[in-house]
Ligand binder design. Structure first.
Ligand code: UD1
Length: 365
C-alpha cells in the first residue's frame, strides 16, 4: 500500500485536490491518503465552503498556520508539517500550484527524503517579484515527479535540467473539477443552492477579481485600475467578489468603484461559477480564472503584465492587458460590442487529468 499526503492550504488548492481525491478513491487496495490542510486560508468563505461544495472530505490533519508575513507563514507551516511527516512518513507528498503551502511542504518532504509530486508544475511568469514565481521555482527544483498543464511547463522544466521521463503532460486537474461542477450546476443539484441574486437583476454583466499584491498593494496602480473599471461599468455593470486583503486595501486607499460595480464578499465556488460562466467578460489578476475562462470560452482580460499560463493567450480567450487603462478600456469596449477573440480548449483539458496523474503515480511505484 502506497501512502500519500495531499497538501491543500489556500483557496486555489481546494478545487485541484477535489478531483484527485475522487480518482485516488478508486484504488483503495493500492493507495491510501491523508488530506492535510495547512490553514493558510482560514476564513470560512475562503476555505470551509469549498470543502462542502466540492465534496472534499474533512482534512485528516489541520495545521492551523494562517496569517503572517510570507516568511512567518512559510516557517510556521514547515515546523508543523515536519512534525506530522516525521510521524506519518508518507511515500509521496503531493503538492499543487504555487502557494506558500506548496513551497513549505515540498521543502520539508524533500529534506526527509520523501518523494515530492508537483501538480501544475513548470509554469513561469518570468517575474521574480511575484511571490508565487519563487514558490514555483523552488518547488520545481526539488520535486521528483512533475505534472504539467501545458507545453510551456514541460519546456521550462527541461530547460532547468529536469529529465524528460519524470515530466508528464496530463492536462489540468482544475479543469476536471470545473467540468464536474458545471455538470452539477446544470443538473440543478439541490445540494448546491444558488442565490442568483445578482444575475436575476442583471441580464448582461462583467465579473472582476483582484488580489495580486502588485495590483492592490500599490495605491497608484489600484487607483488606475479602479478608474478603468469604473469607466467600463458605465457600459456594462460589473460584479466584484472581494478578497479579504483587497477589501483591507480598498479601505486603506479610499478606493471608490462607483455605483455600477457591485461589491460582494468572497463567493463559494458554485456561486462564483454561476456568476462568471455567463459573464460578458471577466477582468482578473487570478491565475486559475485565466484558465477556467479559456476552458469555458468566456472572454478574459488579465490585468497583469505577464502570465505564467501562456496557452490561455495563444489558444484560449485570454488577453494580457497589464495595468494600461487605455488598453483595458479599448479591449473591454470591443468585447461589449460583441467582437470577441475566438478561443479553443487546450489539448488534454478534457476532465481526465486526475486519471492520468493517478495512473502515472501507480506506474512509478
Ligand atoms: C494566496 C496565494 C495566491 C493565491 C491566493 C488566492 C501565496 C503566496 N499566495 O494569496 O497565489 O492566488 O492565495 O486567494 O500563497 N486573509 C484573510 N482570510 C483568509 C486568508 C487570507 O483575511 O482566509 C488575509 C489576511 O490578511 C492574510 C492575507 O489575506 O494575511 C494574505 O493571505 P495569504 O494566504 O498570505 O495570501 P493571498 O493573498 O490570499
Amino acid at each position: 500500500m502506497t501512502h500519500l499526503h495531499l497538501i491543500a492550504g489556500a483557496r486555489p488548492n481546494f478545487m485541484k485536490i477535489a478531483p484527485l481525491i475522487r480518482e485516488i478513491q478508486k484504488y483503495p487496495e493500492q493507495i491510501s491518503y491523508s488530506l492535510i490542510h495547512t490553514g493558510q486560508h482560514y476564513d470560512s468563505a475562503m476555505s470551509d465552503v469549498f470543502f462542502k461544495e466540492l465534496g472534499i472530505p474533512d482534512p485528516d490533519e489541520h495545521l492551523d498556520c494562517g496569517g503572517g508575513s510570507h516568511g512567518e507563514q512559510t516557517a510556521k507551516i514547515m515546523v508543523a508539517y515536519e512534525n506530522l511527516a516525521l510521524k506519518d512518513r508518507p511515500d509521496f507528498v503531493v503538492v499543487v500550484g504555487d502557494v506558500n503551502s506548496t513551497l513549505a511542504c515540498s521543502i520539508v518532504a524533500k529534506k526527509l527524503n520523501i518523494k515530492v509530486v508537483h501538480i501544475e508544475a513548470g509554469l513561469r511568469s518570468g517575474d521574480r517579484e511575484m511571490p508565487e514565481e519563487i514558490n514555483r521555482l523552488v518547488t520545481d527544483a526539488i520535486s521528483d515527479l512533475y505534472f504539467v498543464t501545458e507545453e510551456a511547463g514541460r519546456d521550462h522544466l527541461l530547460r532547468e535540467g529536469q529529465s524528460e521521463d519524470i515530466i508528464h503532460y496530463v492536462g489540468h486537474v482544475m479543469v476536471d473539477n470545473l467540468f464536474f461542477q458545471v455538470a452539477k450546476l446544470e443538473k440543478g443539484d439541490e445540494l448546491v443552492p444558488i442565490s442568483s441574486d445578482y444575475k436575476s437583476k442583471h441580464e448582461k454583466y462583467g465579473v472582476i477579481t483582484l488580489h495580486r499584491p502588485s495590483n492592490v498593494d500599490e495605491p497608484e496602480t489600484f487607483q488606475d485600475l479602479a478608474e478603468a473599471l469604473k469607466k467600463i461599468s458605465k457600459d456594462l455593470p460589473l460584479v466584484f467578489p472581494v478578497h479579504p486583503r483587497t477589501r483591507q486595501k480598498m479601505e486603506e486607499f479610499g478606493i471608490d468603484l462607483g455605483e455600477r460595480v457591485t461589491l460582494l464578499d468572497p463567493q463559494g465556488y458554485m456561486e462564483f461559477l454561476n456568476l462568471w460562466k455567463d459573464a460578458v467578460v471577466v477582468l482578473t489578476d487570478s491565475g486559475g480564472l485565466q484558465e477556467e475562462t479559456t476552458a469555458l470560452g468566456i472572454p478574459c482580460l488579465t490585468l497583469r503584465e505577464n502570465t505564467e499560463r501562456p496557452v490561455t493567450v495563444s489558444e484560449g480567450t485570454n488577453q494580457l492587458m497589464g495595468v494600461d487603462v487605455v488598453k483595458i478600456l479599448a479591449a473591454a469596449s470591443k468585447i461589449i460590442e460583441g467582437t470577441t477573440k475566438e478561443g479553443k480548449c487546450p489539448k488534454f483539458w478534457d476532465g481526465k487529468a486526475s486519471e492520468r496523474i493517478v495512473a502515472a503515480i501507480l506506474a512509478s511505484l
